[in-house]
Design a protein around this ligand. Structure first.
Ligand code: PLP
Length: 346
């Protein structure tokens, strides 16, 4: 099948770029130095390719992701890097033979792990991102409580999510160092073999974590592209032009097929004016200062027609993937494979 025959909107992944991103990361953080986060791509097909590059440990954000990974035979060492109040389904995954560790940051989440039958935990520490995680000073006490109720405390985790997107590398390094100082202080009280942290934005400047939880590097997005990372944009949202008027054109992808929390998608060679539920309205033609990746992708105002295909580059990969059922893998203009985005849902 040719790309031109795909129903739109469609998630399209450039197989060669994906492989190149996976290989680059595996060289930088081989084996257990990386615990790939599956929340970005939500696909066991991509996780299997990460495993082919030597990574056996995986990280997830939802119970469904953990279940799907175990079912796909990728359950050697799964971390749910998130708090849950009902760990019953995780306990079932453990009884099925997978190794599951869950993040805890309170007596309630420790109790949920125990009741659900998950025997292993990481103490989640707030290292500056206003989200989950206990105060560094409370980590030791929580670890004691977890051990008292019979859980194996494998160490700490602390995601420096407020830092990973900083465009300035020196800023990122400084912010990461401050966060990891907090995490190491907590680890001194908690003990255990794991210090789990980091993301794509800090994969090469977080020098303290024993394992890095990066996910976006596999597919990338325009938010991470601004950081000048060595990873290439490997996925895009294929869309069809459904209406053209004098000053703008409209394609069939909008808020219901794009994660928009990091802003509008890019259309190489065009200016995106706005997105609505099922539409993106754009002005074909170069904007001042546009840095265009490849002339082939440019949208020409003189020649744009109803039925043309445009490639949107999403600003945030994770929520974009969550809107779609499958990935079309392409090589130039040929569709060479289809993978389910099978870790969606809760
Ligand atoms: C707990 C946790 N770790 C790591 C990451 C890093 O992911 P990425 O590589 O996409 O920045 C995230 C992303 O949201 C996360 O929530």
């Amino acid at each position: 099948m040719k790309i031109a025959e795909l129903p739109t909107p469609a998630i399209v992944v450039d197989g060669r770029r994906l492989e190149s991103n996976l290989a680059k990361m595996a060289r930088a953080l081989p084996g257990g130095r990386l615990r790939p986060h599956v929340k970005a791509h939500k696909s066991t097909a991509i996780a299997k390719r990460q495993q082919d590059h030597g990574h056996e440990l995986f990280c997830a954000a939802t119970i469904r992701e953990i279940e799907g990974m175990a079912r796909a035979g990728l359950g050697a060492d799964l971390l749910l890097a998130n708090e849950v109040l009902d760990a019953t389904r995780l306990g079932e995954v453990v009884r099925g033979g997978a190794r599951v560790t869950v993040a805890v940051d309170s007596r309630e989440t420790i109790d949920a792990a125990r009741r659900g039958g998950v025997g292993e935990v990481l103490i989640d520490v707030n290292v500056g991102l206003p989200r989950c995680g206990c105060r560094p000073d409370d980590a030791g006490e929580l670890a004691e409580e977890a051990r008292r109720v019979g859980l194996n405390v494998r160490g700490v985790m602390g995601y420096e999510g407020h830092v990973v997107g900083n465009a300035d590398r020196a800023d990122r390094e400084r912010g990461c160092a401050v966060s990891m100082e907090r995490l190491l202080a907590a680890h001194a009280d908690v003990g255990g073999e794991l210090i789990s942290a980091g993301g794509t934005g800090t994969y090469d400047c977080n020098l303290w974590a024993t394992e890095i939880q990066a996910g976006s590097y596999a597919l990338m997005d325009t938010a991470y592209a601004k950081l000048g990372m060595p990873f290439e944009q490997a996925f895009f949202l294929l869309s069809s032009v459904i209406s053209v008027s004098e000053k703008f054109a409209v394609a069939d992808a909008g808020l219901k097929s794009l994660g928009m929390d990091h802003g509008n998608p890019d259309i190489p060679g065009a200016r995106v004016l706005f997105c609505s539920d099922e539409h993106v309205t754009f002005a074909p033609g170069r904007a001042e200062g546009d840095d265009l990746p490849s002339p082939i992708d440019w949208v020409s105002p003189a020649t744009i027609r109803v039925g043309d295909r445009v490639r949107l580059v999403p600003a945030h990969v994770d929520p974009t993937m969550a809107y779609h059922e499958r990935i079309y893998v392409v090589d130039d203009d040929r569709v060479v494979d289809q993978w389910e985005i099978d870790l969606r849902g809760w």
